[in-house]
Write a protein that binds this ligand. Structure first.
Ligand code: ADP
Length: 577
């Protein structure tokens, strides 16, 4: 390894900055996403000079989301670098979101003088960052001595990627970064983590228990979650699904693990599959709100669950798990293949036919909806155009957030390749768009299309400048209906715009032009298709502002039922009425 340490003096010395960079390089960290300022500017400079790619953002939240997405895509921790207090706090949303989504990420923040913070003497950007980070991270560590930098970084890396991956906070006080030590002694403190995410195997009897359940099932179903995508066990999963004939339903970020058009996909008969299945095998998917906690009426109340997950505490968190398979997905599927007798697990034809019939009916219904081409443009029309163009470009990474923009795109745009869809995830969070898109472009060197509701886009829109500065192949498609959910809500007092109203006449395409990117305005699906085709061919930063009917969209999209049902919701009357 080429170290960043200054070795030229007769008495070679190094400091905390150099040791931090050397420790990251020693552990193959190749990219840092961040926002510079006191006290970490020189850390970023030095990282860059030492060959680590540094991507400078406009807001720490976006840098953090990029680091989290990098973790999901690569199985290595993405690193986000922030300044102290406010910058640190801005990064915390992303750190918490990474932890909730089980993405490995490390937020490294500089911090103020410990003795001033602890006695609350009012230092510049004073905050007890370690304590603040603790509830939002898988773990939080502070390095208090320069000779512990290597240890701190090694611990952060192992904690982020081992077991259930998550976000780790690493606090490095400014004084530690600036501390000077003997170069050889400093170098001797660094360590390379061996096998940071070791394989974890379930016991043979746990595997046999699951095999027996599946073998006796009349209506088995596999649910693939984003943990299955993360695990990069694509071949084993596919082999299991195809050799057993079990129908499967992909969660949104598991789309493409098997191509969406796969004959065993029950995505287009999802409700029936959940309601009728008698043995459900969850693979890297939690029975959380996204799966209605495994409860009736969405699920068969008599269903038995098998859960494949690396986190033992996930078992029984919602429904009783009849066959827990605690281990990493690759190892679990290796063992299933090894221990099941040929033909022992086979999905009955009647069940497969039942789902296929429902799928055919639903696909025909959807085809009718897709055929319609109303004006002004609706979400579905714009997204059909995006889908048709992306059919020709399966290598494109798709980022997706919004309410209706998310729900509709998830149903309309099918995925062909694993880990090519990144979206709002477990929290249903808005603001991941540009950060995730930048990470996909940087980590994979591939084109990215970010399909964004106009409201969702606003949270990270300033990163268009970042995309243009680094000339990244990101095409942002803004579905602009002029509002949060929809753009036609009115304030009964006729003063300010309503709480959900944005500007329908906003021209997001002109925003990217301010930074030298290519802007397009689309008012019909044909415009959308032409613009996207052109932008992908050009291969540079672009934004397509799609004028969507302001009355299109439903409040809260598919999750309107999560709004509390007070007497006034959606029915606010003016005082005069
Ligand atoms: P989705 O939202 O797609 O349903 P979740 O985020 O709810 O997915 O679930 C992902 C699950 O995958 C988590 O419970 C996590 O512990 C698990 N997981 C992550 N990586 C692995 C792995 N390599 N092997 C097994 N389980 C994993």
């Amino acid at each position: 390894m080429t170290t960043s340490t200054l070795q030229t003096a007769e008495n070679p010395r190094t400091d905390g900055y150099h040791l931090a960079v050397d420790a990251l390089k020693l552990n193959d960290i190749q990219t840092i996403y961040g926002v510079v300022g006191i006290p970490i500017t020189d850390l970023a400079r030095l990282a860059q000079a030492s060959g680590i790619r540094y991507l400078g953002f406009r807001h720490e939240s976006d840098a953090g989301h990029a680091a989290a997405a990098a973790g999901f895509l690569t199985k290595k921790p993405g690193v986000c670098l922030t300044v102290s207090a406010p910058g640190f706090l801005n990064g915390l949303v992303a750190l918490a979101n990474a932890t909730r989504n089980c993405f490995p990420m490390i937020q490294i923040s500089g911090s103020s003088e410990r003795h001033l913070v602890d006695l609350k003497q009012g230092d510049y950007e004073e905050l007890d960052q370690l304590a603040a980070a603790e509830p939002f991270a898988k773990a939080a560590y502070r390095v208090s001595r320069v000779e512990d930098i290597g240890l701190g970084i090694a611990r952060a890396i192992r904690t982020a990627v081992s077991g259930r991956p998550g976000g780790v906070y690493l606090d490095i006080p400014a004084a530690v970064l600036g501390e000077v030590v003997d170069a050889a002694a400093g170098a001797a403190t660094l360590r390379r983590v061996v096998d940071p995410a070791p394989r974890q195997l379930p016991a043979p009897e746990a595997v046999d228990r699951a095999i027996e359940l599946l073998a006796g099932a009349q209506r088995p179903l596999v649910v693939l979650g984003k943990g299955a995508a993360y695990a990069q066990a694509d071949d084993q999963i596919r082999e299991f699904v195809e050799s057993t004939g079990i129908p499967y339903v992909p969660m949104s970020m598991a789309k493409g693990l098997l191509p969406d058009g796969h004959p065993q996909s029950a995505a287009t008969a999802r409700s029936l599959a959940l309601r009728r299945s008698d043995v459900v095998m969850l693979v890297g998917a939690r029975l959380n709100w996204l799966l209605n906690h495994g409860q009736a009426p969405q699920w068969n109340p008599d269903a038995k669950f098998i859960q494949v997950d690396i986190a033992p505490e996930e078992m029984d968190s919602n429904q009783p798990i009849a066959a827990p398979l605690v281990g990493d997905i690759g190892s679990v599927f290796d063992l299933l293949a090894e221990r099941a007798k040929p033909g022992q697990i086979a999905a009955p034809a009647a069940w497969r036919d039942e789902l296929a019939a429902r799928s055919a009916r639903n696909v025909a219904k959807m085809a009718e909806r897709l055929k319609a081409d109303p004006h002004p443009m609706q979400f579905i029309g714009a997204l059909k155009a995006v889908r048709d163009v992306l059919h020709e470009h399966p290598e494109v990474y798709l980022v997706n957030e919004g309410a209706n923009a998310l729900d509709t795109a998830r149903n309309v745009i099918d995925m062909q390749v694993p880990r090519h869809r990144l979206d709002s995830g477990t929290w249903g969070v808005m603001g991941i768009g540009m950060g995730y898109a930048i990470a996909a472009a940087v980590e994979k060197g591939a084109p990215v299309v970010a399909v964004e509701g106009d409201s969702a886009f606003g949270f990270s829109g300033m990163e268009l400048e970042t995309i243009c500065r680094y000339q990244l192949p990101v095409v942002t498609v803004v579905l602009n209906n002029g509002g949060v959910y929809r753009g036609d809500d009115v304030n009964p007092l006729e003063t300010d715009p309503s709480p959900t109203t944005l500007m329908p006449e906003a021209r997001h395409d002109q925003m990217i032009e301010a930074f030298g990117g290519k802007g397009y305005r689309a008012t019909t699906p044909a415009d959308v298709a032409a613009a996207l085709t052109d932008a992908l061919a050009a291969g540079g930063p672009a934004l397509i502002d799609c004028a969507i009917d302001p009355s299109a969209g439903t409040e809260s999209g598919h999750i309107a039922h999560l709004n509390p049902k007070g007497i006034t919701v959606g029915n606010i009357a003016s005082p005069e009425q």
